[in-house]
Design a protein around this ligand. Structure first.
Ligand SMILES: [Cu+2]
Length: 193
């Protein structure tokens, strides 16, 4: 772990090859910005990276330059990496405010989509979520702005199924009251004759 007053880097790896990689296939210099201004194009979002997706070749070495354009903390975390090279399967870059950090990693050969996000409370939910595809990846992750839709609808959305059934029950009850009322009136008046 490298740490200073600006931020920290955990589990960077610029030298060790994954077991399934005979050599580094390509070196990619990735500049990633994080900030509120990158979320303005997404409806209802507050934070974002400047890109929501990156593609690299299997066994690529990625030199990340992480730039935080905000005055608040942001992280760039990649999850799902092999644990024998990356403790807890992750590479973690974090900036406590505006600034810049660098870290490298080498990805395995497997075609896979890795989750990238900022783990601070509500930041991923508010838009700071992206994906790193290796060799084209193995699909899209849910709920990434402009790429995929959420798996779950928001909890506060209206349950139309319940409303529909409730409405039908009320309609049946009202119809029964109306019909039986008319029948009682009819009986009442026909007896008077
Ligand atoms: Cu953040």
């Amino acid at each position: 772990m490298v740490m200073d007053e600006k931020g920290m880097v955990m589990n960077a790896n610029s030298d060790n090859l994954p077991k399934d990689c005979p050599q580094i296939s390509e070196t990619v210099n990735l500049i990633v910005h994080a900030g509120q201004k990158y979320a303005t194009k997404f409806n209802g979002k507050m934070f974002a990276f400047d890109q929501q997706q990156w593609n690299v070749k299997p066994c690529a070495k990625i030199n990340i330059t992480f730039i935080n354009d905000d005055q608040i903390r942001h992280q760039f975390m990649i999850h799902g990496l092999p644990g024998y090279l990356y403790p807890d399967g992750m590479v973690h870059l974090e900036l406590y405010g505006e600034g810049e950090l660098k870290a490298s990693l080498i990805v395995p050969s497997q075609k896979k989509t890795y989750l990238v996000h900022c783990e601070l409370a509500q930041h991923a939910e508010k838009g700071m979520k992206a994906q790193l595809k290796v060799g084209g990846g193995d699909g899209d992750l849910p709920n990434i702005s402009a790429i995929s839709s959420p798996i779950k609808m928001d909890a506060y959305s209206i349950d139309w199924t319940m409303l529909k059934w409730g409405g039908m029950v009320i309609l049946v009850v009202v119809t029964l009251i109306f019909v039986s009322g008319r029948w009682l009136l009819f009986r009442h008046f026909s007896r008077r004759k």
